[in-house]
Design a protein around this ligand. Structure first.
Ligand code: PEP
Ligand code: CO
Length: 455
């Protein structure tokens, strides 16, 4: 067990990006209730994810992490979850084909409710109010009452996370994710246009399955083809919620965050002596760490020593998010640090958070071209340094939204207002997500070719 750690020790550390609840009596009541509730995930599952991530750190698996920027109470529905799940299955098939290794599927789901913000207040039409911090904390409505942090929202977040996980578990193992259904994972609107490449690929997979059947291999008896492992992840920002769901794993006697399989530390809250690092260092879950342009070599060394003192493979995932055109400036020194320390990490590329801009029409958006460029730059750095690109991290949805510009359907600045539904950052829609998966698959096969040529 981690030395000198308790689940409430973060309270003595400097905290940022967390709400000051005006109603402390209700806060304590909610914390007490949540700490009686069952955990949402179990230690054995988190350990299995860790071993999958350990494979990704060695290039024997590839991580696909994706989902909403912020899950929303208002948009919660089975169809939304199903459609995001479907697109992730599609992307995973495309990636598996390119990478020729298993894809670890990790949703930004069932707990991704709390948001760090770049400014503490927002101004609209001359009125200044506290920023929206995610549905687990306050409301998106632009009124003074809506923006007051309300601890009871944690209970609704827990309930929604539990229902989401229940559905994800059913989709993963209940027949929906059976590879024989590869043709049916398309969402309505992707079906219409740019899915030809996906159709080709699913035809090839169907052929391979027919061949196996003809050759006497009974694919129905192979579990791996009938179900998938699907894991959950979120930013561990609201530490009252995280603490209340922390448990002791009865198998190992060590603490576990019961709120999701992997929890990550955001780029704004990764101070080595801060509250968020303190909480995460003591739970045995796999931990993600966002690395933005301000991450220095010494910070990274200190964070690796604090978060993964045993250098356990699969424990630490570094999620690089620098912005297109900036990867070459920032990533190589971090990659070299990891190399020279002999540290075990999974390198994941988040090409979303460094590429957010305000469009001419006033919406927060991300140009699809920039997202693609950052992915390419990430792979190029790893090729140059002989290190392993272990995965990708996207804000995406299965819905036909217009939040990021570009892509085959060429969403323009003027189109953004048509279906801009995100509660926070702009997400890739289903067709943009699939397009990106094909690009990543190409990068992965190019990497394999290059390795073969030099090996
Ligand atoms: C996020 O992933 O939604 C986020 C806020 O990321 P970052 O901490 O990298 O800015
Ligand atoms: Co975001």
């Amino acid at each position: 067990m981690t030395q000198n750690w308790s689940k409430s020790a973060w309270r003595a550390k400097p905290r940022i990006q967390m709400p000051d609840y005006p109603d402390l009596v209700t806060l304590q009541d909610v914390e007490a209730r949540l700490s009686q509730f069952p955990p949402l995930v179990f230690a054995g599952e988190a350990r299995r994810l860790k071993s999958e991530l350990a494979k990704a750190s060695r290039g024997e698996a590839f991580v696909l992490q994706g989902g909403d920027c912020a899950e929303s109470f208002a948009q919660f529905s089975a169809d939304t979850i199903r459609d995001t799940f479907k697109v992730m299955l599609q992307m995973a098939i495309v990636l598996t084909y390119g990478a020729k290794v298993p894809v670890v599927k990790l949703g930004r789901m069932a707990g991704q409710f709390a948001k760090p913000r770049s400014a503490p207040t927002e101004v609209k039409d001359g009125l200044e109010l506290p920023s929206y911090r995610g549905d687990i904390i306050n409301d998106l409505d632009f009124t003074p009452e809506a923006r007051i942090p309300n601890p009871e929202k944690m209970l609704q977040a827990y309930t929604q996370a539990a229902a989401t996980l229940n559905l994800l578990r059913a989709f993963s193992t209940g027949g929906f994710a059976d590879i024989h259904r590869v043709h049916s994972w398309t969402t309505g609107f992707v079906e219409e246009d740019k899915s030809e490449r996906y159709r080709d690929l699913s035809n090839r997979i169907a052929d391979a399955l027919d061949f196996m059947a003809a050759a006497g291999v009974n694919a129905d008896s192979i579990d791996a083809l009938q179900s998938v492992d699907f894991y959950t992840s979120h930013e561990a920002l609201l530490l009252e919620y995280e603490e209340a769901l922390a448990r002791i794993d009865s198998t190992t006697g060590t603490p576990i965050a019961g709120s999701g399989h992997l929890i990550w530390i955001g780029d704004r809250t990764r101070q080595p002596d801060g509250a968020h690092v303190e909480f995460c260092r003591g739970v045995q879950n796999p931990i993600g760490l966002k690395c933005g342009p301000s991450m220095e070599v010494d910070d990274l060394k200190q964070l690796m020593a604090t978060l993964n003192p045993e250098n356990e493979a699969g424990r630490l995932t570094l999620i690089a998010r620098f912005g297109a055109g900036k990867v070459v400036e920032h990533l190589p020194k971090l990659v070299e640090t990891v190399k020279s320390e002999g540290a075990n990490v999974v390198w994941v590329c988040d090409p979303m958070h460094g590429n957010t801009i305000k469009s001419a029409s006033g919406y927060k958006t991300r140009p699809f071209d920039k997202v693609l460029s950052e992915v390419r730059e990430f792979f190029a750095v790893h090729r140059d340094h002989g290190t392993i690109p272990g995965g990708v991290h996207f804000e995406m949805t299965g819905q036909d939204v217009t939040e990021c510009t570009g892509g085959v359907r060429a969403v323009t600045d003027e189109d953004l207002s048509a279906r801009y539904h995100t509660a926070c950052d702009p997400r890739l829609n289903a067709s943009q997500s699939l397009e990106l998966a094909f690009l990543v698959a190409e990068e992965l096969s190019a990497g394999r070719e290059a390795a073969r040529a030099t090996g």
